[in-house]
Design a protein around this ligand. Structure first.
Ligand code: HEC
Ligand code: HEC
Length: 187
């Protein structure tokens, strides 16, 4: 928003933006430094089973933070992390990360394999380019290991914070899910 305001106007709006918006962003920015230990200084995560949150869909991020807090999505690390965020700040935190740019693919990364036939059914929700749209998250470019573990979590009733995803994942074999993860990770 800050960038748009600046680029469209050098008048009063721009001055307002300079004064008001960064104050909120800076406050959240400082609070969110702790996240970069795992989710990365530049959006590239520090481990293969940690999801990219830079540029992820805002509504999805919000729901996950909410679900970690309530325990609907069980994860001890993230449950501890969200305890440090005030309930009223969850939307700001989600918007803050959603506004960042999804990290570019590493130079020399392998091209995506042919699209597995099983992914056509995912597009109505995750969108044809897999960049997501409310309420479905972006999947394109998430790490292979994270995708495998997220899909397995739904298939094995470990991740139960959505009604549809477990059914879709149970209908696929582990090998089919693996092929999907390879495809999506390379997009
Ligand atoms: C010690 C490492 C660590 C830190 C620090 C950390 N996270 Fe995470 N985060 C993870 C891991 C691991 C997962 C995946 C957990 C799972 O499978 O449910 C995750 C998942 C998430 C997700 C869900 C993303 C998705 O695609 O489903 C969000 C949102 C998130 N973290 C936000 C944050 C925020 C905001 C902070 C800072 C307040 C933070 N995390 C700090 C390790 C960390
Ligand atoms: C009816 C809509 C719908 C369809 C179809 C669908 N999904 Fe999803 N998917 C969602 C929603 C909504 C979420 C977020 C669930 C939550 O709240 O945690 C999700 C979450 C996911 C996640 C977790 C991402 C993360 O960051 O943790 C993966 C992986 C995923 N879907 C893969 C797939 C694949 C692969 C297919 C096709 C085989 C598929 N989905 C089909 C709606 C859908």
């Amino acid at each position: 928003m800050f960038k748009n305001l600046l680029s469209t106007s050098f008048g009063a709006v721009a001055i307002l933006a300079v004064v008001a918006i960064p104050a909120v962003a800076q406050e959240i920015d400082a609070q969110m430094q702790v996240c970069s230990a795992c989710h990365g200084q530049n959006g590239v995560t520090t481990g293969p089973t940690i999801p990219i949150i830079w540029g992820q869909q805002s509504s999805y991020l919000f729901k996950q933070l909410h679900d970690y807090r309530s325990g609907d999505r069980a994860n001890p690390i993230m449950a501890a992390m969200v305890k440090g965020i005030k309930q009223e700040d969850l939307r700001k935190v989600s918007a803050f990360f959603a506004a960042k740019t999804w990290p570019a693919k590493a130079a020399g990364a392998a091209a995506a394999p042919a699209e597995p036939p099983t992914v056509a059914q995912c597009k109505p929700c995750h969108q044809p380019n897999f960049e997501g749209g409310p309420p479905a998250p972006r999947l394109a470019g998430l790490g292979y290991e994270y995708l495998v573990s997220a899909m397995k979590g739904f298939a094995e009733d470990e991740r139960t914070n959505n009604l549809d995803m477990p059914g879709f994942m149970k209908a696929l074999s582990a090998a089919e899910r693996d092929a999907i993860a390879r495809y999506l990770a390379a997009l």
